[in-house]
Design a protein around this ligand. Structure first.
Ligand code: SF4
Length: 308
């Protein structure tokens, strides 16, 4: 029913409370346009003042959603999850939370919290038993663990990605993937060679995208973990360095595609021509005593075995 009663002017605190209420009621956040429509009885100055106060007091955040800017309620104080914990426990939880999915070493927790090792150990055990945090083994250093929030998926730099299992490099798995990727590209090359088209079209038909190869590997069911296109591109890169595959980039309407093709050896090159160092991507870092060195290099060993 229409009413002739004029809306009472709102105080800044009331405007703030109303904006906060609207933000709380929308998971996606609220745009400035929506605020104007939903609180029509305030002036633009009142709205801007209230929004600025909420932003300054850390009650809401201004975020980008698609092409729009939206106001969202800030996460409630996460340390409130540490029920029954004292301030030290809350501090350690906060430090671990800040480290995100890369986690944090116990040494750094001690340094940031200024607590004794025995205290930190006790707190970590308590937080672990409450399932608020977890310890994850890092591939960066054996026997070392990093701590992160319980519900987080560890970053690839911690787990080593698909190529590591319990910190061990899965050399056999990588070998099998290497062979299967190459087999797929070889089959493509053979199919293309039999096509009754001009040579340029035949060359193009031999190319496959990294997505095609990822789908093929996934259908083979040889991997227990789900492999991403980037994982398969890492394997394809090893084939490129081995001189078995070449790749090109094709521009598309939405960006670019990486295309791969098996290479056919027309003539067998001489042993000296096939030295692995010529195409080695870590050539500059290779030295005796370094992370990579000729005496520990598997490519160099293979080359020596074949040629001498
Ligand atoms: S020895 Fe191995 S690691 Fe070193 S440059 Fe040659 S191929 Fe690369």
């Amino acid at each position: 029913m229409a009413t002739n009663i004029k809306d009472e002017p709102m105080e800044v605190e009331q405007v703030e409370a109303r904006i906060l209420e609207l933000c709380l009621g929308s998971v996606k956040g609220v745009t400035d346009q929506q605020l104007q429509t939903l609180i029509p009885n305030i002036s633009p100055t009142q709205r801007v003042t209230a929004v600025n106060k909420l932003l300054q007091n850390g009650k809401i955040d201004l975020m980008k959603s698609g092409s729009q800017l939206v106001y969202k309620v800030k996460d409630p104080d996460s340390t409130s999850k540490v029920k029954g914990g004292d301030n030290q426990e809350k501090l350690v939880y906060q430090i671990i939370e800040e480290s995100g999915n890369k986690g944090i070493w116990i040494r750094d927790i001690r340094w940031k919290s200024n607590l004794l090792l025995t205290q930190v150990n006790k707190i970590l055990k308590s937080l672990e038993s409450k399932k608020l945090i977890k310890a994850v083994k890092s591939v960066a250093a054996s026997k070392k663990k990093v701590y992160m929030l319980f519900n987080l998926e560890p970053d690839r730099s911690v787990t080593g990605g698909a190529w590591y299992s319990d910190q061990d490099f899965e050399a056999e798995f990588v070998d099998i993937l290497n062979q299967q990727c190459f087999k797929f590209l070889e089959q493509r090359l053979e199919l293309a060679a039999d096509m009754n088209v001009d040579p340029a079209a035949r060359m193009n038909k031999a190319y496959a995208t990294s997505l095609d190869i990822t789908k093929y590997i996934s259908e083979l069911g040889i991997s227990k973990v789900e492999l991403s296109v980037e994982d398969i591109e890492t394997i394809l890169n090893t084939l490129i360095y081995d001189g078995k595959v070449e790749h090109t980039i094709m521009a598309t309407a939405t960006g670019q595609k990486k295309l791969y093709r098996a290479m056919r050896q027309i003539t067998q090159s001489t042993g000296l021509m096939r030295t692995p160092c010529g195409v080695c991507p870590v050539f500059k870092d290779c030295k005796e005593g370094g992370i990579v060195s000729p005496s520990t290099c598997v490519y160099m060993k293979d080359w020596l075995d074949i040629n001498f």
